[in-house]
Design a protein around this ligand. Structure first.
Ligand code: ACO
Length: 328
């Protein structure tokens, strides 16, 4: 069994108060509650207010994680913030968060790996601890997807929600923490899930407002197939690296995008659904924030307990995907 280098000292989340239900979408679009529930498993999602930024959601999650760790913002030496919805293109949202927290002793940077970003961030944080470059890190997934979702496009609008999750990552005592991980990407498939406009290739223009190319575009079926294939493969690879088999996994906490993707991934990984945590019904897809939000709920409802072996699996735009095995 591998010795963990990094472990969680605190976990916190932030979910906006406002909720958009499927009934709300029935009033806005040509869709139905039954279509959305059958195809995605989603019933409702939290949506930030106009004044609420990605960095603000991240701040609230960070303060909860720091409180649990018994630390203050000054104790943090590194802030890694994964997001697909940065508040600005420059500077990073991690730097905005640093300012909001008053974390004066930290370096701060963003990670761009879409829905997989929090897992990528944990692996980077773990590597920094192993290299002696950091000791006490905040690793976040924080998203305001409602700002980049096209609410006139029924094929994407119903899928996404806003939220943030944060952990304080520290050097492990050897008993608990990250046992193994696996990261992968395939940039040749970028156009299956992307925001074509708004960057340097197509800088903001009046045309962009008309053609909606600023918003998320997705080839749903292709994303679905790639997600299942890649998440199943990632699950197997992290388990192999940890020297474990599927029967030894107490809880699978997958990225919460769609109940059918989750069920297919669990079936491929040979993990029964009673050992899979699901909350996509109440949050929708919160991208990089989905796994920490699910972990926090799982421990609060008693499904996740100290000492458990937990498998995290993710997939997102890029495409990016990955997995991580934890001793909780
Ligand atoms: N309400 C009603 N009808 C809809 C809706 C909607 N909200 N959205 C699409 N439809 C219609 C389509 O227009 C189409 O109609 P048509 O046959 O008349 O053309 C029909 O439903 C079927 O459309 P498909 O896209 O083929 O439907 P599918 O069964 O593939 O389900 C879905 C669509 C739910 C998007 C599915 O492809 C999916 O879940 N893909 C994965 C996407 C995902 O989770 N992405 C998140 C980002 S990546 C990640 O996090 C893993």
């Amino acid at each position: 069994m591998t010795q963990p280098v990094a472990a969680f000292a605190g976990l916190g989340v932030s979910n906006p108060e406002r909720i958009l239900t499927n009934a709300d979408f029935e009033r806005m679009l040509d869709t139905s509650d039954s279509w959305i529930r059958e195809r995605t498993g989603i019933r409702e999602r939290h949506v930030a207010g106009p004044e609420q930024t990605t960095a603000m959601l991240a701040r609230d999650a960070s303060l909860a994680a720091l409180a649990e760790a018994g630390m203050g913002p000054d104790d943090i030496d590194t802030i890694i913030l994964a997001t697909a919805t940065p508040d600005r293109l420059l500077p990073s949202t991690a730097c905005d968060l640093q300012a909001l927290l008053g974390a004066r002793n930290a370096n701060a940077f963003d990670i761009g790996a879409a829905c997989s970003g929090w897992i990528y961030g944990l692996v980077v944080g773990e590597s920094m601890i192993a290299a002696g470059a950091a000791e006490r890190l905040l690793v976040l997934g924080a998203e305001k997807l409602s700002a980049v979702v096209d609410y006139t496009d029924r094929s994407t609008a119903v899928l996404f929600g806003d939220g943030a999750g944060a952990v304080v990552l520290i050097r492990s005592d050897g008993a608990r923490g990250i046992l193994s991980s696996y990261l992968k990407s395939d940039g040749t498939l970028a156009e299956l899930l992307w925001r074509p406009g708004g960057g340097t290739v197509h800088p903001p223009s009046e045309e962009m407002l008309k053609d909606h190319s600023y918003f998320i575009k997705m080839a749903g079926r292709e994303v679905f197939k790639n997600a299942v294939r890649s998440m199943a493969d990632a699950a197997a690879r992290a388990l192999e690296r940890a020297g474990l088999v599927a029967d030894e996994v107490d809880l699978l906490v997958p990225h919460q995008a769609n109940i059918r993707i989750i069920e297919a991934t669990a079936a491929h990984a040979r993990i029964p659904m009673d050992r899979v945590y699901v909350n996509v019904d109440r949050y929708g897809n919160t991208s990089s924030a989905s796994i920490p939000i699910a972990l926090d709920e799982a421990r609060r409802c008693g499904q996740l307990k100290p000492g458990m072996t937990v498998l995290l699996v993710t997939f997102g735009a890029g495409f990016t995907w990955g997995s991580l095995v934890l001793r909780w």
